[in-house]
Design a protein around this ligand. Structure first.
Ligand code: F6P
Length: 351
């Protein structure tokens, strides 16, 4: 690979928040492009924590990143540490960037990680962002990498559940991740042939779910698959989440929706109900080709943004192009499922 010029300048790269398949493709794309432009890259360990402590941060070279794009997880490891919630945290991050001789910072993460990057930029750090989340809930980018892998896994699981549900004449409720956005449940639910899809964007009606189950019974279809988001809620009621703890960014740890719904449906329909929580299986393992390619392109673009001095910006997918948009715009508002997409799914309900 031809190095155009040696700048003797270093870029710090970190991955924060939940891991997403495709992170290693970003790291490889970024490192390869940055080295070709004459920069050095320092891999920061464990997200923002690596800039707070004297972490095991280490330089990334071409050998190190060769072939990592095909693997899941993040070679840099991750955490949900928020430097703005740690006393003196921001000062420490800035001090460590200077100590580590890093003039630039690439933060690869979701709303939380990018929110920190946006604030650090305002506080004088030459930061750029790369959007990542299996939830696909980041504004200003059409898709985030990790999402395609997660829905591929979830769709396969939902599809496979048909045979066991059918054999036992059961209702199976499948819980899908995604926090307060229902993208994963919607797209995996449609692809996996779920008979009802429950999203955080619209409260669901338990009576309507019973009707779906009963109508299928009348047609001789003695089983029903319901895909529910971990953050879905019933009309006028509340489901209790398993955990009441909050993480460093103030998020509730969700989970428990499918279990409660399955219990309720068994009571109301008299049918045997089971539930499955897909959980971290959705983001574990190797990325799909789509996520590898998207991650690679975003990583390359991030290196170009540094080279052009586009700080305070994020690489984003607009149609088929990778563009730079202000970080602040991306983290201001969650991208949730619009009503017309929910209506499309309902077209297939047997109500
Ligand atoms: O934001 C990604 C995500 O996988 C959500 O879909 C889920 O609610 C959350 O992370 C789980 O977080 P953790 O890995 O901390 O359990």
């Amino acid at each position: 690979m031809a190095i155009t010029r040696s700048k003797n300048e270093q870029i710090a790269a970190l991955t924060g928040g939940g891991d997403a398949p495709g992170l290693n493709a970003v790291i490889r794309g970024l490192t390869t492009k940055a080295i070709s432009l004459g920069y050095d890259v320092l891999g920061i360990r464990d997200g923002w924590r690596g800039l707070l402590d004297d972490g095991e941060n280490a330089p990334l070279d071409l050998d190190e990143v060769e072939d990592i794009h095909m693997t899941g997880g993040t070679v840099l490891h991750t955490s949900r540490t928020n430097p703005y919630k740690v006393e003196g945290g921001v000062k420490q991050v800035k001090k460590n960037l200077v100590r580590l001789n890093c003039k630039y910072l690439v933060a690869i993460g979701g709303e939380d990680t990018l929110g920190v990057a946006a604030k650090l930029y305002k506080d004088g750090v030459n930061a750029v962002g790369v959007p990542k989340t299996i939830d696909n809930d980041l504004s200003e980018t059409d898709y985030t990498f990790g999402f395609d892998t997660a829905i591929t896994r979830a769709a396969e699981a939902i599809r496979n559940l048909h045979t066991t549900a059918d054999s036992h004449h059961r209702v199976i409720v499948v819980e899908v991740m995604g926090r307060h956005a229902g993208w994963m449940t919607l797209e995996a639910g449609i692809a996996g042939g779920a008979h009802a899809i429950l999203l955080p964007e619209e409260e669901f009606d338990i009576d309507e779910l019973c009707t779906i189950v009963e109508n299928r019974e009348k047609k001789g279809k003695h089983y029903t698959i319901i895909a529910t988001s971990e953050g879905a809620m019933p009309k006028g009621g509340e489901l209790k989440f398993k955990d009441t703890k909050l993480d460093a960014f103030g998020h509730k740890i969700l989970g428990g929706t499918a279990e409660q719904l399955a219990k309720k449906l068994e009571e109301m329909t008299g049918k045997e109900c089971r539930y499955v929580i897909l959980g971290h299986l959705q983001r574990a393992g190797s990325p799909t080709a789509f996520d590898i390619n998207l991650g690679t392109r975003l990583g390359i673009h991030a290196a170009e943004m540094i080279d052009k001095g586009e700080f305070g910006m994020m690489a984003a997918l607009h149609g088929t192009k990778i563009v730079s948009i202000p970080l602040e715009k991306a983290v201001g508002k969650l991208k949730t499922v619009p009503k017309y997409r929910i209506e499309e799914a309902k077209l297939f309900y047997e109500v």
